[in-house]
Write a protein that binds this ligand. Structure first.
Ligand SMILES: Cc1cc2nc3c(=O)[nH]c(=O)nc-3n(C[C@H](O)[C@H](O)[C@H](O)COP(=O)(O)OP(=O)(O)OC[C@H]3O[C@@H](n4cnc5c(N)ncnc54)[C@H](O)[C@@H]3O)c2cc1C
Length: 452
């Protein structure tokens, strides 16, 4: 078994398979370890489908599994549903246009509750409420504040039960089918699935960003100064506006770690801002993520304090809140029955079992600041392509599916399909298949896409 410190040093982070006793702390200190005593765990639930992770993909999965008639539980570590949408304050939905099903339903619900200021921007607080209500109406059992920490398999190479840690201590949960929607492939890694992470040549991952919500800025001023394209539904940042904002921040003596800082207008008097990049942080390294969060919050505060002192349109700007969870762009890509490749993107691949059409470009944020600190497609030009169901079915464990950014694909494919307008339909497809499998006592790979 490759040890974690070798893993971190490794330049090509490919197919590094931890064991079920895998623990970050244990592997970080391989010379020093303790043996946990055995203990009995109470089984809190035996159900049809358990969805681990309540982000955009998890919401799609849980809603569709429950609506397909399966008893469904959604387990989420944060105190709200939505993942990067809410705990990370994203505020901007990409590639939802033309999508039907649950993605469209969420957009319509947001519109109806005034949570959506524009076609793509939303108020993260109202998103939390909307998602909770949708899950409640569909009969999804939601467990918040609960982290999935282990998976134990039976002799048929199926996950028999998972373990969680929460306010109630350590608990066990059984299901017929599990879906990993943790973004970082946490459940699959605990269940010994193979995975890839980072760029193949260097192992480097896309940077993390801490989103921030600001008050005290006037939409009118931002439009006139060119930071955002226009009013209401046009409240996206313009390319020239991003460069202008970076130059403005340079005036206060800070070279922002993200060189294309972007405002997203979410109300006439409220904007979301993405202004930092934390480079070289692996989604499996808790200490590095902690450090990155503290550094990011420091940078963001210094930038906003500095801008306020410049006066003018900035004179009243204040941070309302920074995200509780730093935004993680890239984690494990779990091995599935099919791995999407950049060649698939370039030829606009269509599949018999295609579950979602992706229209979003390859979007790789600089892996190191020296690459410019912005983003680009690294020469990979995609045509609209489909994600096959097989990329959502784990190769190494029989009753496990994935949806969202942890599905099976290469570095460039991930850089395109990872956005939330695709995470939801992937989840919706996984939920349907998982429900069918659970209710008919079959494995996900035995269900044909046209059956659902
Ligand atoms: C800074 C940043 C900017 C981005 N910009 C955009 C954008 O403008 N528009 C867009 O559409 N997309 C954007 N993306 C991409 C998009 O947000 C993600 O790829 C998307 O959220 C993926 O959805 P997901 O459900 O797979 O993962 P996530 O949103 O990460 O959700 C995973 C969920 O699982 C939970 N979880 C994790 N581990 C566990 C565990 N062990 N136990 C229980 N729960 C767990 C998490 O708390 C989270 O709620 C951006 C991403 C980042 C980081």
């Amino acid at each position: 078994m490759l040890k974690r410190r070798d893993f971190l040093k490794s330049s090509a982070l490919t197919a590094l398979i931890p064991t079920s006793d895998w623990s970050d702390n244990y592997l970080a200190n391989t010379d020093k370890s303790v043996t946990e005593p055995k203990r009995q765990l109470s089984i809190v639930q035996e159900t049809d489908v358990i969805v681990c992770g309540g982000g955009p993909a998890g919401i799609g999965a849980a809603l569709s599994a429950a609506r397909s008639g399966a008893k469904t539980t959604l387990i989420e570590v944060h105190g709200c549903l939505g993942g990067v949408w809410t705990a990370s304050l994203l505020s901007n939905i990409i590639d939802h246009e033309g999508k039907t099903g649950i993605m469209k339903e969420i957009i319509d619900r947001l519109d109806a509750t005034d949570a959506q200021y524009t076609a793509k921007k939303y108020d993260a607080e109202l998103m939390k409420w909307t998602l909770e209500q949708m899950c409640k109406e569909a009969g999804v059992e939601v467990r918040l504040h609960t982290r999935v920490t282990a998976a134990y398999k039976d002799k048929n190479n199926k996950i028999d039960y998972i373990a969680t840690e929460s306010f109630s201590g350590r608990e066990a949960w059984k299901a017929k089918v599990f879906i990993d929607t943790t973004g970082n492939g946490e459940l699959a890694a605990r269940a010994d699935c193979g995975f890839d992470m980072g760029e193949p040549q260097t192992g480097k991952v896309q940077p993390m960003s801490l989103m921030v919500i600001l008050s005290g800025l006037n939409e009118d001023d931002l439009v006139k100064a060119g930071y955002i394209k226009g009013y209401g539904k046009d409240g996206s940042p313009s390319e020239t506006g991003k460069k202008k904002l970076h130059a403005e921040i340079l005036k206060i003596g800070i070279d922002a770690s993200y060189t294309m800082p972007s405002f997203f207008s979410i109300r006439p008097d409220m904007v979301a801002l993405m202004v930092n990049h934390q480079y070289g942080v692996l989604a499996s390294d808790a200490a590095a993520i902690s450090q990155a969060t503290i550094e990011a919050r420091n940078e963001v505060n210094k930038i906003i304090d500095g801008l306020r002192k410049l006066g003018g349109i900035w004179s009243k700007v204040r941070i309302v809140t920074t995200a509780a969870q730093i935004g993680i762009r890239e984690g494990r890509r779990i091995h599935g029955l099919y791995s999407l490749t950049k060649e698939d993107l370039m030829r606009g691949a269509k599949f018999e079992d295609g579950v979602c059409t992706v229209n979003f470009v390859v979007d790789v944020h600089s892996l190191v600041k020296g690459e410019g600190g912005g983003y680009g497609n690294n020469g990979v030009i995609m045509k609209p392509y489909q994600i096959p169901l097989r990329s959502l079915i784990a190769k190494d464990v029989n009753n496990l599916m994935m949806a969202g950014r942890c599905i099976s694909g290469d570095f460039y494919a991930h850089a395109s399909y990872r956005v939330t307008g695709n995470a939801v339909p992937m989840g919706e497809a996984a939920g349907k298949i998982a429900a069918k499998a659970a209710l008919t006592m079959r494995l996900p790979k035995e269900i044909k896409w046209n059956e659902v």
